[in-house]
Design a protein around this ligand. Structure first.
Ligand code: CMP
Length: 163
């Protein structure tokens, strides 16, 4: 092998299969939460089945109950919205499942699988159409951009918890 490494700086060749930019790592990943409403109603298994059948690989997964402080931190981007207090209270009201999902075009494809934020506007066959009851209690979360997917994945998971 023609090893061009110099000292400790090793730059993998393009196409070598090794990520060369930190952003590449998350461009095919998204963060989901199965929210307390869906957990309480026993929909977690059916939702995970739809996610896997939708072609997403589970990179990391945990069941956890957020404190009000951690829910407020996760949704801090919405803190000026009138529904923020309600959202924080609801998201800390019971256990959730958080997961990092991997698929080509993960953020957009996952948002298509879950449907519109308001289940009344969600397409037939989407997770929210099937399992959500209102805009507040809408069964699942999906990251809205690659940048937020990385922030949200880092919120829940260390590198040792990703496979
Ligand atoms: P999510 O995709 O997790 O991102 C922000 C959340 O805020 C959203 O899903 C909804 O659960 C919640 N949300 C958005 N709009 C409203 C609203 N008008 N009333 C209550 N909750 C809302």
């Amino acid at each position: 092998m023609d090893d061009k490494r110099q000292g400790l700086t090793f730059a993998p060749a393009a196409g070598s299969g090794v990520n060369t930019k930190s952003n590449d790592f998350m461009s095919n990943r998204t963060l989901t939460m199965i929210k307390p409403d869906a957990m309480k109603k026993g929909y977690a298994g059916a939702i995970l089945d739809m996610i896997i059948k939708g072609g997403f690989r589970i990179v990391a997964l945990k069941q956890i109950q957020l404190s009000a402080e951690k829910a407020a931190e996760f949704y801090a981007v919405h803190k000026e919205r009138p529904f923020y207090g309600e959202l924080v209270e609801f998201m800390s009201s019971g256990p959730i499942i958080a997961a990092i999902l991997e698929k080509e075009n993960a953020v957009a494809d996952f948002r298509a699988l879950i449907g519109a934020t308001d289940p009344a506007k969600a397409e037939k066959g989407t997770i929210r159409k099937l399992y959500a009851s209102s805009v507040g209690e809408n069964a699942v979360h999906g990251s809205d951009s690659d940048a937020n997917a990385k922030i949200e994945a880092d919120f829940f998971f260390s590198s040792l918890e990703r496979f």
